[in-house]
Ligand binder design. Structure first.
Ligand code: ADP
Ligand code: MG
Ligand code: MG
Length: 888
C-alpha cells in the first residue's frame, strides 16, 4: 500500500487513512489556502508499525521521496548547516483526541544548523530559543524524560539572571540553556541528543506512533468510545515561525461561538510565540479582535479564510494559525465541537444562510443534545453563584442538597425528608443505597466509566465525577476545595451534571425554556432563537419519520404531559400501581382468599376502582391507542416484607396476641416467597393460576371503554399480556378475555373494538413469534426483560455489582440496559419481527422498554421495521427527533 501522501494528494474525506488533521490540511491545500507544505504518513503505516515494532517495508523510501519533494519546493534541505529546512512531526488520528498524543516542533535543528538558522533569520535569540524547544520537546516526548528537569533548568537560568519572564532570557542565556538541556538528555536518557536531522525525524515519527497506546490515550478512547484499532497518522509539516518577533505570533479561532452558536469573532492570539505557548498558558493571550490593531492585513485575510472554510465545510470550524513576519499560515482546521444549544442554533442558521437543507440540519443535532437541553438547569442569572470545582459531566441534571459522606447517612437523612448529595472519593457497590437516596452524586476520582458514573446514568441520577481538585476526607466528614474552601457534612452544595460544575450553597433551579416550549408555555414564534431552532428541527423530524412515538404512562397526568410532548398514544400502561396504596388490603385479601366466593368478592371490590383508573386514562388519550398491560409483578410484591412480618408475628405471639389474619398473611408470604422472583410466578402465569384476576382487569378496561363510547369519545384499547413464552399460555388468557368482552358487549349493548396482543420479552417468545402471531394482534418488545433474560442477569443485582468493571475492561462499550445490544437482544427482536409479520401481515410492532427513548436503539428499531417506540414522557421529544434522523 501507499504509506505517504503529499498534502496536495489528500482531501477531507480521507480521515480514516490520514487522520482528521492530515485530511483537512490536504483539503485546505487544495482550496489554495496558505498551508505550509508537507505530507502525511497513513494510519495503516502506524498499525503496521505497532504490530511489528518497526517501520513497514517501503515506508522509509516513501518518506525520503516526499521529503525530497518538500525540500525542493522549499528550496532548502532538512537540517542544512547553511539554510536548514525545519519540520514539525504531528500526530493526528481520525477522531480528535485533544492533548492526548504528541507533536514535536523544530525538527532538523542541531549544533550546526542552528547557526544556519541564525544567519537566515538574522536573529540569534530566535534560533537558540527554537533549538532549546526542540531538545525539550524531543526529550519529553521521544526520549520519555520528565519535563520537570527542563523546566527546572529554565527556572534556574531565570533565577541566576534575576528575571521572571522567559522573554527576558537573551541569546547568550539560551545558548547556555541548550548546553544544559543536552546534559539533561544525556543524563536521563542515557544517550546524547541525536544530531542527524533525519534520525531526529524518524525517531519523532516512531514516538507519535507509540503515543497511540499511551495509558492516557487508551483511557480517553475508552471514555469517548473511540475504537482502539484505528491508529494515528503522522503529519510532517514545514515549520513556519510565530516566534520571530512582535510581527509574528500564533493563535486559535472559531468561525462562530461554540458555546452559543452566535456569529462573530472568537479566538485568542499571542504575539512572538510558537504554538504550544498558547495552550500552555505561559503568557496571556489577547482576544482575536485585537489582531486587527496589530496587523490589519493579516486580520482581514484570516477573516476571509474563516468565511471560506465555513462555506466550504458548511459548518462551524475551528482553526490554528501562525503569523511569520506578517505572513499568515494555516496550520489546522476541523469541524468544531459545540454545546447542545449551539448545535441547534448553528444548524438552523446554516439553513437560513442557504448552506444546508433541513435534512442536513436534522442530521447535525442529536437526541442526546436535545435531552441535555431539557434538563432543569441552574439559573445562570442567579446572584452569588460560587463555583468551587470542576469535574466531569457524568450524568446530567441539576442537584442541590446537603453533603453526606456515607451511604448510611444519605439514607437516614433522606428518609427524614432532606435532599442530600453523596460525596465520595469514588463509589463502590456498597454505596448503592446511598446513591439511590441521594439527589446527586459527586466523586473526586474516576472518569465517565467509573462506578459512580455508570450507576448514576442507569438510575437517571445527577452525577459529577472525577472532580480532582477536591480532597475528600470521609473519616473527618469534610472535603476541601481550592482557595481554602472547606465543606462539612450538612453544608449545602449544588452540582451540575451537564457541565460538571460544583457550587457552594444552593443555586436556584429553573425549567429549561425547551421544556416550557414543549409544555406549550412558550410560543415558538416569540421565544428565543434556541426554542425556535428546536421547534423547526423537531417539526422537520416529525415530517420525515416513519415510526410513531408513544409514551409509557400509568396516570392521566403523565399521559397528558406526554401528549403535549408529542406522544401519539400509550405504548405501555402498567397496572400494578393500581393495586397499591389503600387498595393494598384488598389485594392482600384477594391473595389470602381460599374460596372462590371470597376471591370473587375481593375482585368485585377492585373492579370499579380499576375501571375508574382506565376511564381517566382513556379520556387523557382520547382518540389515540392505549396499550394496557395486565398485572405483571409477582404477588409477594403486594404483601408485607417477610422479615418485618415474621418479627411482628413473633412479638405478638410471645405476648399471646397473634391475630389470625397476620398468621395467614405470614403463611401466604412464605408460600409465595421465591428464590428468584424475576423468573417466578409473574406475568401471564398469574393470569393462568389466579382465577378471575385477568378477567377482572379485562372487564374493567372494556367497561371503561364502553363508558367512554357512551360519552361520545373514541377509546382505542389494546390489551397486552406480559411475559408470554408460548402460544398456549397466551391463547388460554385470550379466550378468557374474549369471553369477558362478549359479556360486556351484551351488557352494554355497544359495538366495542379492541386488540389483544402480547409482550415479547422472553427469548422463547421471540423464537416462536410465528406461532404467537397466529393468536396475537400486536407485539410489544419488552426490551428490559428481554435483555435480562437473554443475558441471564437481573438488572437490579448486576448493574452496581460488575458493570463498571465490564465497561472499564472493554467487555461492554455501553450497558445493554442503556442501549440495545444489537447482536444478541436486537437479533431476537429482528427474528420475532420477521416471523411475526410473516405469519400475520398487519401485525403491529412496537417497543416499550427503556430502549424506546435511547437514540441508538431508536435507529435500530427503525431499521428492523417497528411501527412505534414508546418511552417515558420526557424522552418523547428525543425519540421523535431520533426517529426522524433514523430515516435520513
Ligand atoms: P495538537 O493536536 O495537540 O493541537 P498540533 O500538531 O496541532 O498538536 O501542534 C500543536 C501546535 O504546534 C499547533 O497548533 C501549531 O501552533 C504548532 N505547529 C505545529 N506544526 C507547526 C509548523 N509546521 N509550523 C509552526 N507551528 C506549528
Ligand atoms: Mg492542533
Ligand atoms: Mg417486563
Amino acid at each position: 500500500p501507499k504509506f505517504v501522501y503529499a498534502f496536495a494528494e489528500a482531501n477531507k474525506d480521507m480521515k480514516d487513512l490520514l487522520g482528521g488533521k492530515g485530511a483537512n490540511l490536504g483539503e485546505m491545500t487544495r482550496l489554495g489556502l496558505p498551508v505550509p507544505p508537507g505530507f502525511t504518513i497513513t494510519t495503516e503505516a502506524c498499525l503496521a508499525y505497532l504490530a511489528d515494532r518497526d517501520f513497514p517495508a517501503g515506508l522509509s523510501d516513501e518518506v525520503s521521496e516526499q521529503l525530497a519533494a518538500l525540500e525542493k519546493s522549499m528550496g532548502k534541505t532538512l537540517g542544512d548547516a547553511a539554510d536548514p529546512l525545519l519540520v514539525s512531526v504531528r500526530s493526528g488520528a481520525k477522531f480528535s483526541m485533544p492533548g492526548m498524543m504528541e507533536t514535536v516542533l523544530n525538527v532538523g535543528l542541531n549544533d550546526e544548523s542552528v547557526h544556519g538558522l541564525v544567519s537566515q533569520s538574522g536573529d540569534e535569540r530566535f534560533a537558540f530559543d527554537s533549538y532549546r524547544r526542540l531538545i525539550q520537546m524531543f526529550g519529553k516526548t521521544v526520549l520519555g524524560i520528565d519535563g520537570e528537569h527542563f523546566e527546572d533548568a529554565i527556572d534556574e537560568a531565570k533565577r541566576v539572571k534575576g528575571v521572571t519572564n522567559d522573554l527576558d532570557l537573551d541569546a547568550e542565556d539560551l545558548k547556555q540553556l541548550v548546553e544544559v538541556f543536552k546534559k539533561v538528555v544525556l543524563e536521563h536518557a542515557g544517550r546524547p541528543f541525536p544530531q542527524p536531522p533525519r534520525e531526529q525525524m524518524d525517531l519523532a515519527v516512531r514516538a507519535v506512533f507509540d503515543s497511540w497506546n499511551t495509558p492516557r490515550a487508551v483511557i480517553y478512547r475508552r471514555q469517548e468510545r473511540i475504537p482502539s484499532d484505528l491508529g494515528t497518522a503522522v503529519n510532517i509539516v514545514a515549520m513556519v515561525f510565530g516566534n520571530l518577533g512582535m510581527d509574528s505570533g500564533t493563535g486559535v479561532a472559531f468561525t462562530r461561538d461554540p458555546a452559543s452558536g452566535a456569529q462573530g469573532i472568537y479566538g485568542d492570539y499571542l504575539q512572538n510565540a510558537q504554538g504550544e505557548d498558547v495552550v500552555a498558558g505561559i503568557r496571556n493571550t489577547v482576544p482575536l479582535r485585537d489582531l486587527e490593531q496589530i496587523d490589519k492585513r493579516v486580520y482581514d485575510e484570516l477573516l476571509r479564510i474563516m468565511q471560506t472554510l465555513e462555506e466550504h465545510y458548511r459548518d462551524l470550524c475551528d482553526i490554528e494559525f501562525t503569523v511569520e513576519r506578517g505572513k499568515l499560515w494555516m496550520l489546522q482546521t476541523r469541524v468544531g465541537k459545540r454545546t447542545a444549544a449551539a448545535a441547534f442554533r448553528i444548524a438552523t442558521q446554516l439553513v437560513d444562510q442557504g448552506l444546508i437543507d433541513m435534512n442536513e440540519a436534522l442530521n447535525r443535532v442529536t437526541g442526546a443534545q436535545l435531552a441535555q437541553l431539557m434538563f432543569p438547569r441552574f439559573d445562570e442569572k442567579a446572584s452569588g453563584r460560587r463555583k468551587i470545582a470542576q469535574g466531569m459531566n457524568a450524568s446530567p441534571g441539576a442537584a442541590v442538597g446537603k453533603v453526606v459522606f456515607d451511604s448510611y447517612t444519605a439514607v437516614k437523612w433522606s428518609r427524614s425528608g432532606e435532599k442530600v448529595i453523596l460525596v465520595r472519593r469514588e463509589t463502590n457497590p456498597d454505596d448503592l443505597n446511598g446513591m439511590i437516596a441521594a439527589s446527586g452524586i459527586l466523586t473526586s476520582r474516576g472518569g465517565k466509566t467509573s462506578h459512580a458514573a455508570v450507576v448514576a446514568r442507569g438510575m437517571g441520577k445527577t452525577c459529577v465525577c472525577g472532580a480532582e481538585e477536591l480532597d475528600v476526607n470521609t473519616k473527618e466528614r469534610v472535603f476541601r476545595a481550592p482557595h481554602g474552601v472547606t465543606v462539612h457534612e450538612g453544608d449545602v452544595i449544588s452540582i451540575d451534571g451537564a457541565t460538571g460544575e460544583v457550587f457552594l450553597g444552593e443555586v436556584p433551579v429553573v425549567d429549561s425554556p425547551v421544556v416550557r416550549y414543549f409544555e406549550g408555555e412558550l410560543d415558538p414564534e416569540e421565544a428565543g432563537d434556541l426554542v425556535k431552532a428546536v421547534h423547526r428541527v423537531i417539526g422537520h423530524a416529525d415530517g420525515v419519520r416513519r415510526m410513531a412515538v408513544r409514551t409509557n404512562a400509568d396516570t392521566p397526568e403523565d399521559a397528558l404531559r406526554a401528549r403535549r410532548f408529542g406522544a401519539q398514544g400509550i405504548g405501555l400502561c402498567r397496572t400494578e400501581h393500581m393495586f397499591l396504596g389503600e387498595r393494598r388490603s384488598l389485594v392482600e385479601q384477594l391473595i389470602l382468599a381460599d374460596t372462590d366466593e371470597e376471591r370473587e368478592r375481593q375482585l368485585g371490590e377492585l373492579l370499579p376502582l380499576q375501571r375508574q383508573d382506565f376511564v381517566e386514562l382513556l379520556e387523557a388519550m382520547d382518540g389515540l391507542p392505549v396499550t394496557i398491560r395486565l398485572l405483571d409483578p409477582p404477588l409477594h410484591e403486594f404483601l408485607p416484607d417477610i422479615t418485618e412480618l415474621s418479627v411482628r408475628v413473633a412479638v405478638a405471639e410471645s405476648r399471646g396476641e397473634a391475630r389470625e389474619n397476620d398468621l395467614r398473611l405470614l403463611q401466604a408470604v412464605h408460600k409465595l416467597h421465591e428464590q428468584n422472583p424475576m423468573l417466578g410466578l409473574r406475568g401471564v402465569r398469574l393470569g393462568v393460576v389466579i382465577p378471575g384476576l385477568f378477567q377482572m382487569q379485562a372487564r374493567a378496561i372494556l367497561e371503561a371503554a364502553a363508558l367512554r363510547i357512551r360519552a361520545g369519545a373514541v377509546p382505542r384499547v389494546e390489551i397486552m399480556v406480559p411475559l408470554v413464552a408460548n402460544v398456549q399460555e397466551f391463547e388460554t388468557v385470550k379466550q378468557d378475555i374474549i369471553q369477558v368482552a362478549r359479556e360486556v358487549r351484551e351488557a352494554e349493548s355497544t359495538h366495542l373494538e379492541f386488540l389483544i396482543g402480547t409482550m415479547i420479552e422472553l427469548p422463547r417468545a421471540a423464537l416462536t413469534a410465528d406461532q404467537i402471531a397466529e393468536a396475537a394482534e400486536f407485539f410489544s418488545f419488552g426490551t428490559n426483560d428481554l435483555t435480562q433474560t437473554t443475558w441471564g442477569f437481573s438488572r437490579d443485582d448486576v448493574e452496581a455489582a460488575f458493570f463498571s468493571a465490564y465497561l472499564e475492561r472493554g467487555i461492554f462499550g455501553i450497558s445493554p440496559f442503556e442501549s440495545i445490544d444489537r447482536d444478541g437482544v436486537g437479533e431476537l427482536v429482528r427474528i420475532a419481527a420477521e416471523k411475526g409479520r410473516a405469519q400475520r401481515s398487519g401485525l403491529k410492532l412496537g417497543v416499550c422498554g427503556e430502549h424506546g427513548g435511547d437514540p441508538d436503539s431508536v435507529h435500530f428499531f427503525n431499521e428492523v421495521g417497528l411501527d412505534y417506540v414508546s418511552c417515558s414522557p420526557f424522552r418523547v421529544p428525543v425519540a421523535r427527533l431520533e426517529a426522524g434522523r433514523a430515516t435520513l
